[in-house]
Design a protein around this ligand. Structure first.
Ligand code: 13P
Length: 267
């Protein structure tokens, strides 16, 4: 069984609609995508229409993702966006549970479970982010933390036919993300990625083995390959280093080199 390789970037609260569309167009004109690889970009909500328009007039080569969604399909939820609104734009993927949303907007695992079900019910892909804080790491509960996050957010998913094929996990240790983060070493990531793999099998059964696990947090061209060489890591989820087309391409190239290296090591 070979899991697909995924690579993408989260623009966070950056880039106007025209900047995002220009990024999409230049990237799709330049990048060469191997056949078992999926690339994605996750612009802010205000850029989604411009990027899906660019995908209609140019090559539709990348998954286009949203950074969050509400669990209800409509209603009195000022400031929120629903799954049908994203589906109407032709969005492929929804990021749920990013560390910045958990930290700054009190995103809970129980609410994430509602969001996961809403996204999967519409047939869209979920990119579920999990990861331990520096404090949880210091108390040596990283594996328990990600297991708990996964068990709650994915509760009930195994009962939905074919839903597992729409799920991907981003493992982003909170302490490694962003300008103030400490870049992780592969040895930090490997045991937690193993724990995620075991938890996916426990929660989703056999199809859990096909769910891709991406690593994210201070990834750049110098370290990308060291993460993708790990046997349980199936791709990367990048912030700052991939916010230019050149940075995206350089980090993607380094991630593929590491993946090939890992294949050789594990035979
Ligand atoms: P950085 O790569 O900037 O650390 O951000 C990672 C991230 O949060 C991707 O969602």
């Amino acid at each position: 069984m070979t899991r697909p390789f995924l690579f993408g970037t989260n623009f966070k609260m950056n880039q106007t609609p025209s900047e995002s569309a220009a990024f999409y167009t230049r990237l799709t004109e330049t990048v060469k995508i191997p056949k078992d690889v999926n690339l994605f970009i996750i612009p802010p909500f205000t850029s989604l229409a411009a990027v899906t328009d660019a995908a209609q007039t140019g090559p539709d080569a990348l998954w286009i993702g949203a950074q969050n969604v509400h669990w209800a399909s409509d209603g009195a939820y000022t400031g929120e966006i629903s799954v049908p609104m994203l589906a109407a734009l032709g969005i492929d993927l929804v990021l749920l549970g990013h560390a910045e949303r958990r930290r700054d907007f009190h995103e809970t695992d129980a609410n994430l479970n509602k969001k996961v079900h809403a996204v999967l019910a519409a047939g869209l892909r979920v990119l579920l982010a999990v990861g331990e804080t520096a404090e949880e790491r210091a108390f040596a509960v990283s594996e328990e933390t990600v297991a708990r996050q996964l068990k709650i957010a994915l509760h009930g998913v195994a009962d939905i036919e074919r839903a597992t094929s729409l799920v991907q996990i981003a493992y982003e240790p909170v302490w490694s993300i962003g300008a103030g983060g400490t870049p992780a070493k592969p040895d930090d990531i490997d045991p937690v990625a193993n724990a995620i793999r075991r938890t996916l099998a426990a929660v989703l059964g056999e199809p859990g083995a096909n769910v891709p696990i991406l690593y994210g947090g201070s990834v750049d061209p110098s370290n990308a390959g060291s993460f993708t060489a790990l046997s349980d890591i199936d791709g990367l989820f990048v912030g700052r280093a991939a916010w230019t087309v050149e940075g995206f391409l350089a980090t993607f190239k380094a991630s593929l080199a590491g993946r090939n290296e890992g294949d050789r090591v594990s035979g």
